[in-house]
Design a protein around this ligand. Structure first.
Ligand SMILES: Nc1ncnc2c1ncn2[C@@H]1O[C@H](COP(=O)(O)OP(=O)(O)OP(=O)(O)O)[C@@H](O)[C@H]1O
Length: 594
């Protein structure tokens, strides 16, 4: 009941926040529409008595009133729809906005690693589509409550025993609530197969994966897996729907028995002369309405309960996203780096896993240095980068920025001083200029800044091939959208990373994986120039992850990771002199190019 009540109030508050006037109008129309029902029964009874006693004039007026009330009862609820439909759109926007803010506005991205978070989001997204039904239930419930009170008064006036009739509504209500809880539980239990099935569907229908799927002839395999997951989800849901229907029917049968009893009672009173024929008509119509009211109330309450659960899920997502702060967050990043960034005995384990990905990492990244991280696949390079960007926090140990613990710097502030191009960069389907300009939203419309960043990323040639230059729409979602090659998308992503002119940390995680060797060569010359400029202006550190040793050798400091540990660190010459892992890997790659 608490969930339903809190859902009721929170929905009302949402509607009120969205538009007060429309909330009042929707409530007024709905109340008038529903209360006209029992009023109609009353007037119908009076009309019957007037007809029987031969009062023709009064009977006509009652007849007119019956007609008006019938119209009000049939139409006002529909007029109300016009208002709450718009309110529902606004309320859904609020929920989706909350979800986007919660997911992307959080400090780290740990929560996005958790299956329970993904499950909650799957259900939430699906349920938020039901807001229109929920608002209908909200206003319907307001009207229905008044109608029920009015009906109860009329019944009590006829015979107090008839007050038991609304009481007979209790079993269907309890059964309805139980049924809804059962369905809600099944939705949570089947969220994982539903999510997997949806992912498989996206995978099977996305143009991006079409080539690989055909080459490996995966259509049937994916279809089978999709079917298996879908059936797993459906089985759970169908079982719950079956149980829910059986219990709801039981509740309705109990009410049906009470209804028959009530009608028999008044008919007997009419036979003994204690009631009029009008009273019998009144009870028959009212009892039918009580039955309807109860059925509708069960559905409306179920909707409200479902929305209450949805809003509660939103709260639990909020809790999953919340990060506790073991130290006060009270420092701002320096405007320029003087000593640099230091990692002290950093360990890291991904949420939901038990094996440490980084262990005892201690490093000093001097201000102004260009730093390369190398290591085999899975050595922990990207993880280290993510820690430095504040996307995750070390499980233990510290990251110090000019001596200040990174945990004491608000994530938002730190990110203002970062720039990055990631291995799995995003292909934003926007205008080409915006795809680059997003790197510094405040200068997104500044064509000069965008062209300059792209130029420094050695990506000007991408623009030359686009029909409308910076104004070309990219992406297959648009009919006229231009599609780019992997390397061209990557050049735009690199341009985006270079939009910020004075970052303290510029991260390039395999920035050239999709580029041809010539483009890569030119790019690194350009980086060397920029790193020198940044060194002079902000003492910024340029950090790049690469598997190409011809590029790596240019760095001031090379860090070699193996199984999450730093095994070597130094300049190219130093590491070559040591003749250990770096020297071996370098020689191996150099031989391959000979
Ligand atoms: N989100 C994640 N959740 C759990 N484990 C992860 C996650 N991301 C990476 N890992 C694990 O952490 C280890 C290090 O991954 P990481 O991506 O840091 O390696 P890498 O050195 O960048 O590899 P590559 O050269 O292949 O890009 C891997 O064993 C990987 O399985």
């Amino acid at each position: 009941m608490r969930t339903t009540l809190s859902g009721f109030w929170r929905l009302l508050a949402m509607a009120w926040r969205a538009d007060r006037r429309k909330t009042i109008a929707a409530t007024g129309l709905m109340v008038a529409g529903t209360v006209s029902g029992p009023l109609l029964a009353l007037v119908l009874g009076m009309m019957t008595d007037a007809v029987i006693s031969g009062q023709a004039g009064a009977a006509v007026w009652y007849g007119v009133a019956v007609a008006v009330l019938a119209i009000v009862s049939l139409t006002f609820a529909h007029f109300s729809y016009i208002f709450y439909q718009e309110l529902a759109e606004l309320a859904e926007l609020e929920v989706v906005r909350d979800l986007i803010l919660l997911t992307n506005g959080s400090e780290g991205i740990e929560h996005q690693e958790r299956a329970e978070y993904a499950d909650e989001l799957t259900v939430l997204h699906r349920e938020s589509r039901g807001l229109i039904g929920a608002l209908e239930s909200l206003f319907g419930m307001l009207g229905l409550s008044l109608a029920m009170i009015f009906t109860a008064i009329l019944l009590a006036g006829l015979n107090p025993i008839l007050l038991l009739l609304p009481l007979a509504a209790v079993p269907p209500l309890i059964c309805g609530r139980w049924a809804e809880s059962r369905i809600d539980r099944a939705k949570t239990e089947t969220a994982e197969p539903t999510r997997i099935a949806l992912n498989l569907f996206r995978l099977s229908t996305s143009a991006r994966f079409a080539g690989e799927l055909r080459v490996f002839r995966l259509r049937d395999e994916l279809r089978r897996r999709h079917q298996r997951e879908w059936e797993r989800a459906s089985r759970g849901l169908v079982r719950s729907y079956g149980a829910a229907s059986a219990v709801r029917t039981l509740g309705q049968v109990m009410f049906g028995l009470a209804y028959v009893g009530a009608v028999l009672l008044v008919v007997r009173e009419a036979i003994t002369g204690r009631s009029t024929i009008g009273d019998v008509v009144l009870v028959i119509v009212l009892a039918t309405q009580v039955n309807q009211q109860v059925t509708v109330a069960v559905t409306l309450l179920a909707n409200l309960q479902r929305m209450g659960s949805m809003l509660r899920r939103l709260d639990s997502v909020r809790k999953l996203v919340a990060v506790d702060h073991p130290v006060p967050v009270d420092q701002e990043p320096p405007a320029r780096l003087t000593t640099g960034i230091e990692l002290r005995d950093v360990d890291f384990t991904y949420p939901g896993t038990s094996e440490a990905v980084l262990s005892g990492v201690s490093l000093s990244l001097p201000a102004g240095a260009s730093v390369a991280i190398v290591g085999e696949n899975g050595a922990g390079k990207t993880t280290l980068v993510k820690l430095l960007c504040g996307l995750y926090r070390p499980t233990s140990g510290q990251i110090l920025v000019d001596g200040t613990d990174l945990r004491r710097i608000p994530a938002e502030s730190w990110r203002r001083y970062l720039s990055a191009a990631f291995q799995d960069f995003v292909r934003f389907e926007l205008l080409a200029g915006q795809v680059v300009g997003l790197g510094d939203v405040s200068r997104m419309g500044d064509d000069g800044a965008v062209i300059d960043a792209l130029d420094r990323a050695q990506g000007s040639d991408v623009l030359e091939r686009l029909e409308h230059g910076l104004r070309t729409q990219l992406g297959k979602s648009y009919t006229e959208g231009a599609e780019l090659s992997g390397g061209q998308w990557q050049k735009l992503a690199l341009g985006r990373a270079l939009m910020r002119e004075e970052p303290l940390l510029l991260v390039l995680d395999e920035p050239t994986s999709a580029l041809d060797p010539l483009a890569e060569d030119r790019l690194f010359e350009s980086y060397a120039r920029q790193a020198a400029q940044l060194r002079a202006s902000t003492g910024a550190i340029t950090l790049f992850v690469s598997h190409r040793f011809s590029t790596v050798r240019m760095a001031d400091l090379i860090i070699v990771l193996r199984d999450g540990r730093v095994v070597e660190a130094g300049s190219h010459d130093e590491l070559m002199r040591r003749g250990e892992l770096y020297a071996d890997l370098f020689s191996l790659q150099a031989q391959a190019y000979r």
